[in-house]
Design a protein around this ligand. Structure first.
Ligand SMILES: Cc1cc2nc3c(=O)[nH]c(=O)nc-3n(C[C@H](O)[C@H](O)[C@H](O)COP(=O)(O)OP(=O)(O)OC[C@H]3O[C@@H](n4cnc5c(N)ncnc54)[C@H](O)[C@@H]3O)c2cc1C
Length: 298
């Protein structure tokens, strides 16, 4: 039985490969993307790469049924990242295998033919350990690039794309963000009064060399930042060296996404906000006073 790692156009899958290797079975990376990605993934920790070679220039999603076929030929535990194309691939695989999809696993182990997965539940206030007797699809943070390369065999696989074609490709007007891999993150919450004030936070993030994130309402309901900017159990899981939370109350659903942060500092007017009891350092005060002052000081 193989363990699979699904890779679309980014080879940043070190965390997924490390988790897959823990199961002690052959790790097969199924790559839908350019050959450069297949080569980058053919690294220590991966035993074999199945490279869907026609994928260059095509939407990775068009090969989702083909990827499902490859995995279904010898089903096992499947790992995939959270990027949009990876989600489509894993969805197709889960549907083909009839397998459950589990997000945010914190530990995974093989016990005989059973896969034991630990993950947060009930909004992050509890931890569940669940045994799966059949295949299971695990969604998590990809991590960084794999070290080394050229150690695993690459098998080119011919596959016919589904009826999807790329109509146009243009530079995004939205700045890309890499919260999961960032060493420093500044996030903003509903303490901000207006989207017009976002440059205050962007300026602080820039001064600190940090990525700019937010709480879920800032992205989901206010739509001040793109949805891939929010941190939390249903958003990005981050593990920076330094996390600055500005005008965020620190509800459990947000904190569940930043448990890996080494140092948390918060700015909040309310001494009783939950975040004030969870951060390592607390700045009680108005963000409209503190953010410009800190930016100037930095
Ligand atoms: C199933 C589920 C999943 C969820 N997943 C997520 C998730 O992944 N991520 C997430 O973030 N949320 C998530 N939520 C929502 C979460 O419960 C909270 O509602 C949300 O995190 C609150 O966002 P906030 O802290 O920005 O806003 P608020 O809770 O409104 O907090 C705003 C804070 O700003 C402070 N403040 C106000 N003015 C100022 C000022 N001038 N200066 C400084 N501080 C100020 C206030 O004292 C307050 O503490 C989820 C909820 C559910 C039900």
């Amino acid at each position: 039985m193989n363990t699979y790692v699904l890779v679309a156009d980014s080879p940043a899958v070190s965390e997924l490969v490390a988790s897959a290797a823990k199961l002690g079975r052959p790790v097969v990376a199924v790559v839908v993307g350019p050959e450069s990605v297949a080569k980058a993934v053919a690294a220590p920790g991966v035993d074999k790469v199945l490279w869907v070679s026609e994928a260059a220039g095509q939407a990775a999603e068009a090969f989702a049924p083909a990827v499902a076929d490859l995995v279904a030929a010898d089903p096992g535990v499947v790992f995939a990242g959270r990027k949009p194309a990876e989600r489509v691939l894993l969805g197709a695989v889960a549907a083909r295998l009839g397998a459950p999809v589990v997000a945010g696993a914190t530990a995974v182990a093989a016990e005989g033919g059973t896969t034991v997965v630990t993950h947060g539940t009930y909004g992050g206030i509890a931890v569940a350990t669940v045994a799966y007797d059949g295949p299971v699809v695990l969604v998590g943070d990809g991590g960084g690039a794999l070290a080394g390369g050229g150690t695993a065999a690459i098998e080119a696989v011919a596959a016919t794309p589904g009826p999807i074609s790329v109509v146009s490709l243009a530079p995004s007007t939205v700045e890309a963000v890499d919260l999961a891999g960032a060493a420093r993150v500044v996030s903003v919450g509903r303490g901000l009064k207006s989207a017009d004030d976002l440059p205050l936070l962007a300026g602080l993030a820039k001064a600190l060399g940090a990525e700019l994130g937010c709480s879920r309402p800032v992205a989901e309901s206010l739509e001040w930042l793109p949805k891939d900017h929010y941190v939390g159990i249903s958003g990005q899981h981050i593990a920076p060296d330094f996390y600055l939370m500005v005008g965020i109350s620190g509800q459990i659903q947000h904190m569940g996404g930043c448990r890996g942060a080494k140092l948390i500092v918060c700015i909040n007017t309310d001494k009783d906000a939950p975040v004030m009891h969870q951060a390592d350092y607390v700045l009680q005060g108005d963000l409209y006073d503190l953010v410009p002052a800190i930016t100037a000081a930095v």
